[in-house]
Design a protein around this ligand. Structure first.
Ligand SMILES: [Zn+2]
Length: 491
């Protein structure tokens, strides 16, 4: 356009296109671009976890509801969750974007020598805020940003953390049905403007429980997995009935997978080390060992080469890539069973046919991940992501500034249907054609401005054409205007 102005002679049509086309660029269609963070119509996000839903369960039996989300949205084949692959550490990583050593929920069973407190998911110790406050979960950040959140049983969501509960939440009660939990979620998202939640979490205990009891290889697991798909179908239908399905971004994932155990694969610690020398803190397959005072070297030497199916780490030798070292709640000695093996003190304790917690690079430890909604691309399969990347992704979808975290939006932005360009994300490439978002007013505003500019251009164009006639009309125009002006002044 600049060259036309310099050289002259461009057609009116060219001017029109040059003015209007920029209004339809990807930036205009980005729903974050012109968002007012104080009075915004906030994007909606529901994060669902089916505990212990391994990545490949969706291929094992017909799962039409998972499939429909994949077809309408995205799927990630490899999700590397965090070490250790247990329920509490991974659920807290999903909502903080932090590895366990940083968020502090390092296991389902913990001991904190600084606090001299023990934590167990089986006791009321889970309600002690001090266990959770090394990190800030997403619902707290949403609320501090002026948004609202609702949690149906997500681990930690019924604990006061940094002075806040979720805006709406259900105290943990395993006997509350999935359908009831869904109904609460629907009610919270459907509330009138100003009361509706923006970010919801929904947790269900299966298929973890059955996976432990039956073992993932059991044919009986087929019906359990099909049942989870039906539950997902129930959620989808309820969202549709409430008019929320096209509005709410839905992420369905899990904390970990599950692997088959065998009573033939048991490591009995009593064979190698006297119980009087240590305290057993966390359970198999990654066992935290707290040696009695002055017994660290002795216990380590007794265990380090004790069994070829058990890796023994001193705390300072835990591999860096586990991100599982720098926290007082990680015990001085860590025992890690090889996949399928169980560490017990002896065979008298309860034995399970399935378990998780092993090395997070093992395929069987990894969870499912599918998502759909206005923020996500359609029918797109991504090869891999880390579960810590979920947090910056969710912050981006919710248009809030993430706290420092171990994840990266860059790693997962190809899942999005729009180009991340907010001030608190890294502006980078987008291979995705931008898509008009349902809750974006940008196209309407852009079209209106476009029409105004076109009309403005026409006025300017007419004036320019008129001025071209000026040498001919020069005297007449002044003569015509002067009396009118004078006449006006005398009125
Ligand atoms: Zn479990």
């Amino acid at each position: 356009m600049l060259s036309c102005l310099i050289l002259g002679g461009c057609s009116p049509l060219f001017y029109l296109l040059a003015m209007v086309l920029p209004l339809f660029s990807s930036h205009t269609l980005n729903p974050h671009e012109h968002q007012d963070h104080t009075e915004k119509e906030r994007p909606k996000l529901l994060l669902v976890s089916f505990d212990g839903f391994r990545w490949d369960y969706i291929y094992r039996v017909p799962t039409p509801n998972f499939r429909s989300i994949m077809d309408e949205g995205v799927k990630v084949e490899f999700v590397e969750n965090i070490y250790i692959t247990k329920t509490y550490p991974n659920h807290y990583s999903m909502v903080t974007g932090l590895y366990a050593e940083t968020h502090g929920i390092v296991a389902n069973e913990m001991y904190d020598p600084a606090l001299n407190l023990s934590f167990s998911m089986e006791t009321d110790s889970v309600y002690d805020s001090r266990w959770w406050e090394q990190a800030v979960p997403l619902w707290v950040t949403v609320q501090k940003d002026g948004g609202r959140s609702g949690a149906a049983m997500w681990p930690g969501s019924d604990v006061l953390i940094h002075g806040m509960f979720p805006t709406q939440y259900l105290p943990y009660n395993a006997s509350v049905s999935f359908e009831t939990r869904v109904q609460w979620i629907i009610d919270w998202f459907s509330a009138p403007k100003g009361e509706a939640v923006d970010f919801g979490t929904l947790y269900w205990e299966e298929p973890d429980e059955s996976g432990h009891n039956l073992g993932p290889q059991s044919p009986l697991m087929d019906a359990i997995i099909a049942g989870i798909d039906e539950k997902l179908g129930f959620l989808i239908n309820e969202l549709k009935k409430a008019g929320l399905y096209e509005k709410v971004n839905l992420i369905v994932t899990s904390d970990h997978g599950m692997t088959q155990l065998s009573p033939e694969k048991i490591i009995e610690l009593d064979q190698y080390v006297d119980r009087d020398l240590y305290t057993w803190v966390d359970k198999s397959p990654v066992v935290g060992i707290l040696p009695k005072e002055g017994k660290l070297d002795e216990v380590y030497e007794l265990l380090v080469d004790a069994n070829p199916n058990m890796v023994v780490y001193r705390k300072d030798n835990i591999p860096e890539h586990f991100h599982y070292q720098h926290n007082v709640r990680i015990m001085p000695i860590l025992l890690e069973a090889k996949e399928g093996w169980t560490i017990m003190q002896n065979r008298d304790g309860p034995f399970m046919l399935g378990n998780h917690g092993y090395n997070n690079t093992l395929r069987d430890m990894q969870p499912v991940f599918v998502a759909r909604g206005p923020a996500f691309r359609q029918n797109y399969v991504k090869t891999s992501m880390r579960s810590v990347d979920l947090y910056p992704l969710m912050c981006h979808i919710l248009a809030i500034k993430p706290l420092p975290n171990n994840g990266s939006l860059l790693n997962v932005q190809d899942l999005l249907s729009w180009e991340p360009t907010t001030s608190f994300t890294t502006p980078t490439f987008s291979t995705v054609p931008p898509k008009v978002n349902r809750y974006s007013y940008a196209p309407v505003v852009g079209s209106f401005i476009g029409v105004v500019m076109v009309l403005g251009f026409l006025v300017v164009y007419v004036i320019l054409v008129t001025l071209k006639q000026r040498p001919v009309l020069k005297h007449r125009s002044w003569e015509m205007s002067q009396p009118l002006l004078q006449e006006d002044l005398h009125l």
